[in-house]
Structures are given as C-alpha cells and as structure tokens.
Design a protein around this ligand. Sequence first.
Ligand SMILES: Cc1ncc(COP(=O)(O)O)c(C=O)c1O
Length: 405
Amino acid sequence: MTEAAPHLLHPFSYPAKPEGDYINIVRGEGVRVFDDTGKAYIDGIASLWLCQVGHGRPELLEAITSQLNELASYNIFDPMTNPVAAAAAERIASVSPHPNGRVFLASSGSESIDTALKLVRLVQQRRGHGDKQIIIRRTRGYHGTNFGGTTAQGIEGNRVGWGDLVPHFVEVPADDLEACSRLFAEHGANIAGVITEPVQGAGGVWPPPDGYLEGLRRLCDQHEALLVFDEVICGFGRTGSWFAAQTYDVTPDLITFAKGVTSGYLPVSGVIVSADLGEELSEPGFKLMTGYTYSGHPACCAAAIANIDVIEADGLVKRANQIGERFEAGLSALAADGMIESYRGVGAIWAAEVGRDTLEIRNRILELGVILRPIGTSLAICPPLTIEDADIDQMIEAIATTVAE
Ligand SMILES: Cc1ncc(COP(=O)(O)O)c(C=O)c1O
C-alpha cells in the first residue's frame, strides 16, 4: 500500500477514499497485472474492456518508440497531416464495415461519442432537416462522460448531478423495439438518429435481442434518421468479428471506436462514417468545425496500426469466438449447478448473473487473483483476447469458489 496522497481524484470513485486503500497496479505482462506487493491478477476485464493483445507486447512498444523518435506529436488541423494518421485511418476503415468510409480520429471514447452526435446533427442540418434534432438513447446504454455522452447514457445515476444536459434526447427501454417504433411513428420528422451499443457493455453486458438491431436500421431508413453504433467496447475483435456490426450483420451509418483500437497502449478513438456520409461532407468549400489537439497524434496512431497488425497476425478475432465457447461451457455448468442464475454474452464478453449484489463477490475474487467487474447483480468478464484456456478455467473456478462461499 502507498501512503495517503491527497492529490489524485479518481474517476468513478469516492473522493474521500484514501489513496492507500486502492490496489496499486504497477506492472503488466500478458493477461496478468501485478500490484506493488507482487501479487498477480488475471486481468479478466482487459484493463477496462480494452486490452485485446495483452500487456507488454514488444511489437507495440517498438512501434510507439520508433514513432516517438521520428515525430512524437503534431496536429492535423488544416493544412497539416501526417502519414501515420492517414495510415491508421486507412487501416481502421479497412477492417470495418465501411472500407471506403472516412475516419475521424480523437483520443477517448467520450470524444468519439460527442463527435458522432455532432456529426449526426450536422448531417441533418446540412440536408435541410433543421427540425431533426432528437437523438434516441436506450436504457442501460453507456456512452462516456462528456456532456453529449452523459446525456446519451441510459444509466440514470451517471446523468444526475451535473445540471442541465444536452436538449433533445429521448430514452427508450433497452430491448423494446416496439417502443422505438412508436416513438418514430409520433416524432419521426424530428428524429436525427439513434445511438446504441450493439452489445451493451457497462450497463451489464447485454447482447441485442434477435432482430433488434435490424429493426433499428429499418426504422432509421424509413424516417431518414442516422444509426450510430457505439463500438467503443465491441470493436476490434471483442464480439468475434472486427466490429459487432459484422457479427450481427447490420451496418450503421456511423461507428464510434476507442479502447481496443490500441489495446490501451496509447489513447486513440474515433468515428467511422459511411462512404455515403463521407461524400456528403466532401462538398467543396465545406469546413468541418470540430476536432481535437490530439486527433491523429502520430505516436498514438502508430500504436493503433501495430495493435491491429498484432490482432491480425495472432488471429485474435477468431480466438474471441473460441474464448466465448469456453466461457459459455463454464458458465452454463455453473448455472446448471445452481451457482449462478444465468449468463449472457458473445465472443469474449460475458456476464454471470448471480442474483445478488456483486461487490463483495468481486472483492473476494480479487483475493483469489482474478479481476472482474461488478455491475449490480452481475459479474462482467472481458479478458484480453490472448487469454489461454487454463486461465479461463481459473476464472470460472474463482467465480464458483466465491459464490459457493
Ligand atoms: C460503449 C462505450 N462508449 C463510450 C465509452 C467512453 O470511453 P472513454 O472512457 O474512453 O471516454 C465507454 C467507456 O467505457 C464505453 O464503454
């Protein structure tokens, strides 16, 4: 434990909690991280739903260091660009459902969300649909913590306490396509778009009901609204395809990404827009008046390219499906034994529903050397895609031991 240091204000945490009461993570290697006592933990949530390639990969470290030596940082606002940003955009588009689309780059998932929301409104304004401003959000949705993303969230606790949020957001119950259809029937002329995670992550790991995403696509098409998939968690192999849009065979107009694009080695996020939208925005003389200092940051983009290379070379997208099969087998055995109530997931993202608050359970599992994320009555599981079967079995065993206690 470190001495109490009063300066660090932790995110999603208790400002009154002494620094010394936190688990002090000091090192990572493969699927494990280590605290300052040397204790090893299986990183069962891939840092925070993001470390696809595992910790300490030399390929990423070399790519980053080499780029830092060449050019660490430079903006790409007009008239500047850099070859790494252009290459990263090309690489990201190439594995996405929009290989001919355009890629806007930023740093955090929250920035990608706010940019996507702005782009949705912008496109509608430019089409002459100034009355189309409503964005539909789903309960349980998590879309980051900037003002747009905070407003787009369907997790109420995250929305309150900040004063007025962004106007014109309407919530529908997460899995109720009928409710969404009614909203479109009543307000279609004013709806700019729908934002959804294909698989809701921080809200508790909820894959979409059959036909749900197709239904959203249909409604958006019928009412000239844009569909945004927030793939900040789902992207880059997590659901067993490069993007969940491919897993569920539904193509949105815009896709936000972050996290897995660099496995967290350096921050990159962004928005992929379809080729059609890209063309709409490419009207001569039109200037896109949004962006970030670190959009296209060379060292960060080098991390993204190297990370995508590793995902490809190691076959991690396919591996996500095998990981899923093993978790499903383990979790279904726990459910059959009555140790958990149910389970849900896809690819390498799962949740065990234990039917009671999971905070204490998570703490005990930490003692056993496994990091999971407690979300209400469920435990979320989202390991690096490099995890081996023996580690998956150890995670299942840790859940079994703990819930049995
Ligand atoms: C689906 C989704 N969208 C957006 C975000 C926000 O990303 P960031 O924390 O990088 O701002 C997250 C973070 O967990 C997320 O899960």
